[in-house]
Design a protein around this ligand. Structure first.
Ligand code: F6R
Ligand code: ZN
Length: 195
């Protein structure tokens, strides 16, 4: 039985795609331990468990040759001075890449490798960021409205969230003087630290 081509639209000015199979909403409580300012995190959570980001994905077989693709939407907000962001991950199959196309909003894609290289790429409408194999990635919304992106990656890639949950990213994107700024993560740990 052949697979048939399909098409769908993604609104350029926000909102859900005209076709998707899986909708995931990630709330603040699911981001426990990810934000540097834990007191600000607890205070914000006490006011209510808001949705930080959403993903609309087309389901495809998770095998070599297929491509997973969908829309991610990071809502605006901050925990202390740190902007709302995705959890971020390495691909479980480390040697797999990804392409992001920014549809709406403004933000940064924060990237790093297991070897310690890092990069922060600007996201603005029409901008494409190529995530090479081996690079962990996290989307950060530095704007006042939604940050929406189309993403495409190999369907067999899988996700390793645990490494980032344990050690965080080396760099954080925070507001300094009303502007986004990249700073060292004071709590970054590669698991080898004695403290
Ligand atoms: C898939 C990918 C994106 C993210 C999405 C949500 O490999 O990079 O689709 O899944 O931006 O972020 P995470 O998966 O880190 O919660
Ligand atoms: Zn990915």
């Amino acid at each position: 039985m052949p697979d048939y081509p399909f098409a769908f639209n993604v609104p350029l000015l926000g909102g859900r795609p005209t076709r998707y199979d899986v909708h995931t909403a990630r709330t603040l409580s699911a981001m426990n331990g990810q934000y540097a300012d834990q007191a600000a995190y607890a205070a914000l959570l006490a006011q209510g468990d808001v949705v930080v980001y959403e993903v609309y994905e087309i389901k495809r077989p998770e095998v070599v040759g297929e491509l997973l693709h969908g829309i991610s939407i990071v809502h605006p907000g901050r925990v202390g001075d740190e902007y709302f962001m995705t959890k971020g991950h390495f691909h479980a199959e480390l040697a797999t890449a990804e392409v992001y196309y920014c549809l709406q909003g403004s933000g940064r894609l924060v990237l790093e490798t297991p070897e310690g290289d890092w990069s922060v790429q600007e996201l603005r409408p029409g901008g494409v960021v190529y995530v090479p194999p081996r690079w962990a990635h996290r989307s950060v919304n530095t704007g006042d409205g939604d940050l929406a992106m189309l993403y495409v990656y190999p369907a067999h890639a899988g996700h390793d969230y645990g490494t980032i949950e344990r050690q965080g990213f080396r760099k954080l994107v925070v507001e300094r003087g009303g502007r986004p700024s990249v700073v060292d993560n004071p709590r970054w740990s590669n698991g080898n630290s004695e403290t």
